[in-house]
Design a protein around this ligand. Structure first.
Ligand SMILES: *[C@@H]1O[C@H](CO)[C@@H](O)[C@H](O)[C@H]1NC(C)=O
Ligand SMILES: *[C@@H]1O[C@H](CO)[C@@H](O)[C@H](O)[C@H]1NC(C)=O
Ligand SMILES: *[C@@H]1O[C@H](CO)[C@@H](O)[C@H](O)[C@H]1NC(C)=O
Ligand SMILES: *[C@@H]1O[C@H](CO)[C@@H](O)[C@H](O)[C@H]1NC(C)=O
Ligand SMILES: [Cu+2]
Length: 668
């Protein structure tokens, strides 16, 4: 995606919390994110270590919790695991992987990463890179020649990807520029034809090219700010909870209805849901469902193979940080008036804690939908009607990765379901073109996009959002099951029916068995606990229901972006639990070469063991005119739904809605 968070915004959000942070309480759960005080300790330890002291340049690229192993987390009440931080840093053009014991304030390991790929880009280096062209004489001349005022030019960073280059890679980034001035919608006014390549370690322009280019699209009709228009807004609605909120926030734990879960923020993953358990009223016990769930990667490849566009294949999590670009939520707009907010903290390039205020919101949603109902007309002269309105709990984060905004929701339902939704909005990435009408595009010439306005081509692209879902259904050892629907012929001829379908259950024994291209065969996908049975003797489980049309990558197997994201050929993968396998496209994604991806992790056995489900929501995005100048929400998602997990419908015993509407017109 295109990025240009302004330097001034950066400095406003950079709050020095060092002093204040000493008064914040010590974090109390092993999965809690690092506190500002802990980030400050990590910084102090690292900056006083020989690596930082002896380096001419040192930058923090990622600081986050080095989570303890699952066994330690699950037994932490008996023995508290040490608090550790994982730091990815660059020192004199080398990538270091550092682990700090926060409690002991000690550096406990330092490993230089010699393989392919670089860590997440820092916000600060991107801010520095985008200012370079503005004082680069050839660029100033290119801008002048296009009749654009330099003061109106705003630039953004574009990762360069990897296209088969051999040998030692350099951290390089493309900077592309846009024209603001008459509009705030700078992304739709690109300066085409100019290629600026910046070396990030040297922080200078190393390549410059200006090709013959189409005009910069007009500003007219591009402003998306409703505040500038005098619209007859409809009357504002209200959310009333006269009896107060139905959920409690206890440290990082959220409790609502029959659910309890832990929430944490991470600069790379964004929102992480951990230790989600559902209370089973019939068994009077809390039962584990999801150990950890988060966005592992977000891949957005564009489909225009020209010089200025072919490399635009962005890994928004691994290259930019899905959490780092999270946007503070606007009360009563991003979330309803009854929401509560949670702040997040990341480390800046200098290692200092930076507050991301209101990064998550939590609210009860009274959707106006029905949770279940029944009307019984069957008894002559009687009517029985029972309706339970649906109320659920939603946790939300919005990542605003430059031009695109991603609204990510986790919705917990009293029925035991967890619904995950991701919605795309924001501004499309467009290319300047000579065309002002679709009829001008010669037949047989591939425009690589849709003409949305004069001189404005919105390029075809995909969005693939891959979730890491470490399900622990009623315990850690689980099995992945495909319940395939098999069309079958009726034999014997004793009835006139000729066919039906039945279910063939296949347990996945290896990782290879568990790769699924959704929609290729009708099948239900379940994670079951073969060691736990219901009273009826069924293995307890949850199933994955996709709420999106399956979209797999359409790139050729030998295309470089495909090598880096080969896991996108399937929507579902299952791997054995491994604390270090968190990132579908690898730990070091900037300039990665595809040697540390979900696809290449080995062939292992996954039957009745601790497994992790990976699921990708994909969108092939052909732009339409309604996506301009700003795109209305386009959503996809999935549901994790209990399937023989409870003995019967858990809503019969839930108090989420507080009310079931009963009508009975019974005979006296
Ligand atoms: C657009 O028009 C200009 C001026 O006529 C021309 O020089 C240029 O080659 C055209 N570009 C494309 C991509 O057709
Ligand atoms: C509701 O819970 C009670 C125990 O609290 C149990 O006896 C009953 O079977 C439950 N009913 C359903 C339908 O789950
Ligand atoms: C855990 O994952 C890492 C990274 O893929 C791998 O190197 C390591 O061998 C794995 N450990 C086990 C026990 O499979
Ligand atoms: C869970 O799986 C692991 C690895 O397959 C095995 O060693 C362990 O005994 C299993 N535990 C249970 C409770 O089945
Ligand atoms: Cu899109």
């Amino acid at each position: 995606m295109v990025r240009s968070r302004m330097a001034s915004m950066l400095s406003i959000s950079v709050l020095l919390l060092l002093l204040l942070s000493w008064f914040t309480p010590i974090s109390s759960h092993p999965l809690d994110p690092l506190t500002p005080a802990e980030i400050a300790t990590v910084r102090r330890v690292i900056l006083s270590s020989p690596i930082a002291v002896s380096s001419a340049s040192f930058a923090f690229h990622y600081v986050g919790l080095d989570e303890p192993d699952k066994a330690q987390v699950l037994s932490w009440l008996h023995r508290r695991p040490p608090r550790r931080a994982l730091v990815l840093a660059r020192a004199d053009s080398e990538t270091h992987e550092l682990v700090v014991d926060v409690g002991l304030a000690a550096l406990i390991s330092d490993r230089v990463h010699r393989g392919a790929g670089f860590p997440i880009l820092t916000l600060e280096e991107q801010a520095a890179a985008v200012s370079l062209p503005l004082s680069y004489p050839p660029f100033v001349e290119s801008v002048r020649r296009r009749g654009v005022a330099l003061a109106d030019v705003v630039c953004s960073t574009f990762t360069k990807g990897w296209f088969g280059e051999a040998g030692r890679a350099r951290r390089r980034l493309v900077v592309a520029c846009f024209v603001a001035g008459e509009t705030v919608n700078l992304y739709v006014r690109p300066i085409e034809g100019v290629t600026v390549l910046v070396d990030l370690d040297e922080m200078r322009i190393v390549e410059y090219r200006d090709r013959v280019a189409p005009p910069v699209p007009k500003a007219e009709g591009t402003d998306y700010r409703a505040s500038t228009k005098n619209l007859p807004w409809s009357k504002p609605g209200a959310v009333l909870q006269p009896a107060g909120k139905g959920f409690q926030v206890d440290g990082h734990f959220i409790r609502w209805s029959n659910w309890e879960f832990h929430l944490s923020y991470d600069a790379r993953a964004g929102l992480i849901v951990s230790l989600a358990s559902v209370h089973d009223a019939q068994k009077s016990t809390s039962r584990r469902v999801l150990y950890r769930g988060f966005v592992s990667e977000l891949f957005v490849p564009y489909m225009d193979p020209v010089e200025e566009w072919y490399f635009r294949t962005f890994f928004d999590s691994g290259e930019y940080g899905f959490g780092l670009w999270a946007s503070p939520l606007q009360p009563a707009a991003d979330c309803p008036a009854n929401a509560e907010y949670i702040d997040g903290y990341y480390a800046g390039q200098d290692g200092k804690p930076v507050k991301l205020p209101q990064v998550f919101c939590i609210f009860e949603r009274n959707s106006g939908d029905v949770a279940w109902r029944h009307t019984e007309f069957g008894f002559p002269g009687q009517l029985i009607r029972e309706v339970e309105p649906e109320v659920s709990l939603v946790v939300r984060m919005v990542a605003a990765l430059g031009n695109y905004d991603y609204v990510t929701d986790w919705e917990f339902k009293a029925s035991g379901s967890i619904k995950v939704v991701v919605s795309l909005t924001g501004i499309l990435e467009v290319k300047g073109t000579n065309y002002t009408h679709a009829d001008q595009i010669p037949a047989g010439l591939d425009p690589h996009g849709s003409l949305l306005a004069e001189n404005t081509m919105a390029i075809y692209h995909d969005h693939f959002i891959t979730y890491h879902l470490d399900l622990d259904i009623d315990g850690s050892n689980n099995t992945f099951v495909k319940s395939k629907l098999k069309p079958t012929r009726v034999t014997g001829g004793s009835v006139p029916r000729r066919s039906y379908w039945t279910v063939v259950r296949e347990e996945a024994k290896t990782e290879a068995d568990a790769r699924v291209e959704m929609g290729s065969v009708p099948a239900e996908l379940l994670v079951v606990n073969p060691n736990k049975k219901t009273k009826m003797g069924n293995a307890v489980g949850y199933r994955l229901i996709s709420n999106s049309a399956p979209a797999a990558s359409l790139l050729a197997d030998d295309d470089y972006p495909e090598t880096r994201a080969g896991y996108l050929k399937k929507q579902v993968w299952v791997t054995p639990y491994n604390k270090s396998e968190k990132w579908a496209a690898g730990l070091y994604v900037d300039n990665s070469r595809g040697d540390d991806t979900l696809e290449i992790w080995s062939q292992r056995t996954i039957e009745n063991t601790d497994i992790v489900l990976w699921h990708t929501i994909g969108f092939h995005h052909i732009p339409y005119q309604e996506d301009f100048p700003v795109m209305p929400l386009l959503s996809g998602g999935f549901e994790l739904r209990p399937s023989n997990f409870f003995e019967s419908n858990p809503l019969m015993n839930s108090s989420a809605t507080g009310q079931v509407y009963t009508t009975c017109t019974c005979i006296a």
